[in-house]
Design a protein around this ligand. Structure first.
Ligand SMILES: NC(=O)c1ccc[n+]([C@@H]2O[C@H](COP(=O)([O-])OP(=O)(O)OC[C@H]3O[C@@H](n4cnc5c(N)ncnc54)[C@H](OP(=O)(O)O)[C@@H]3O)[C@@H](O)[C@H]2O)c1
Length: 346
């Protein structure tokens, strides 16, 4: 079968050369183990994680490896202990593998599809049978592929960890990002009052068209004051962030007393300082979160079905042009999930 294989790490490369080590290659078909299934991947999607890996900025990278955590497709083959009736069914894959029995935190066996185990940027992918879920009929394979990693991460950040309820105010930072754009749809759908931040006024307008109340451009010098003014009457119950950097400390400052901040990334690095006195006096909760378990994934899919949610897609791009898609993520030009359709490999 064909796959996009990361051959080596070229940390010093710049621009498009950064992606020269992603090569279309023939590799063996992944035979399912007894509790596994092999899925023919119809569409996959990029996550910032894939970019961190290609740039050599992730732990435990051992090329050659097939990247890709997100995928939707058709069950091609099942292991000896899996229901043979699943063959031919359209599925979406939960990339959160072996989360474990403790719903608070993943166990030692946990891993994310696409490193160290081969991922979805291939014709076929092998996953545990417990990680496949029925693809909703109202979603194309491309739309379905946009959901898994961002959907489970965003669902857990907003609801399982963030405890967001209808009528509460939530600020979602960097709304152009893959996880953020899905969180916008989920939070609006659940009846929350959503405010956003972004580098782009166009993305803020698009977010408002999708149900956000308002937004601020984090490139403005006084974006924090603007956000405080917008939310003055209601306060901010929850902030969800994945950018980190000094914006993280500013967002904490904006929270209403007793407010909560959940975060799952640090795209901009770490904050240079946090005023701890304000945090304890205001009784702020800062909650880290990562991916989620099969219950989070099932709850996310329930919400998607209830809302008939259509994830925002940037593309789709043909898998043969995967380097262009990676570069778009690198330059931050996307709005929504960068999706790859597995139509042609040459
Ligand atoms: N722990 C986990 O389970 C988990 C899961 C998924 C992702 N992550 C991490 O979360 C982060 C986002 O992932 P993603 O896949 O959504 O990435 P992505 O699609 O590349 O989105 C990144 C977004 O970050 C926003 N951003 C950049 N600088 C910012 C700043 N100073 N303030 C606010 N927002 C800023 C931009 O929003 P605008 O375009 O609107 O400016 C950009 O679109 C990454 O660091 C990723 O590694 C972690």
């Amino acid at each position: 079968m064909k796959a996009i294989v990361l051959q080596e790490l070229n940390r010093d490369a710049k621009g498009m050369d950064l992606f020269d080590s992603l090569v279309t290659t023939d590799v063996p078909y992944p035979e399912p183990g007894e509790n596994e299934v092999t899925v023919k991947v119809m569409a996959s999607a990029l996550n910032h994680r894939d970019l961190w890996i290609v740039r050599g900025l992730y732990a435990g990278i051992k090329p050659p490896i097939i990247l890709g955590s997100d995928g939707a497709g058709v069950v091609d083959k099942v292991g000896s202990r899996v229901d043979a009736g699943l063959v031919g069914s359209a599925v979406i894959i939960n990339p959160s593998l072996r989360f474990g029995d403790n719903p608070r935190v993943q166990g030692k066996e946990f891993s994310i599809l696409g490193l160290p185990e081969d991922g979805t940027q291939a014709e076929y992918v092998r996953v545990p049978a417990e990680n496949i879920f029925a693809k909703p009929d109202f979603l194309s394979f491309e739309q379905a592929a946009a959901l898994p990693l961002a959907g489970i991460t965003g669902y857990r950040a907003l609801f399982t960890q963030g405890k967001l309820e209808a009528g509460q105010v939530v600020v979602i930072s960097g709304i152009g990002g893959g996880v953020s754009s899905l969180m916008l749809a989920m939070a609006v759908g659940r009846g929350a009052k959503v405010y956003v931040t972004s580098s782009s006024d166009e993305k803020i307008s698009a977010a408002m068209a999708a149900g956000a109340i308002a937004g601020v451009n984090y490139h403005s010098e006084d974006w924090v004051k603007q956000l405080q003014a917008l939310t003055e009457s209601d306060g901010i119950d929850l902030v969800v962030d994945s950018a980190g950097g000094d914006g993280f400390a500013s967002l904490l400052d904006c929270l209403t007393p007793g407010g909560r901040l959940t975060f799952f990334g640090a795209t901009r690095g770490f904050p240079s300082s946090i005023d701890l006195r304000k945090m304890f006096f205001k009784q702020i909760t800062i909650q880290g979160t990562t991916m989620g378990n099969n219950a989070d994934f099932a709850n996310m899919m329930d919400l998607v079905n209830t809302l008939q949610m259509q994830p925002r897609i940037d593309g789709p791009t043909s898998i043969k042009d995967i380097r262009q898609a990676y570069n778009k993520m690198h330059t931050g030009d996307q709005f929504g999930k960068l999706v790859l359709t597995h139509d042609s490999w040459d």
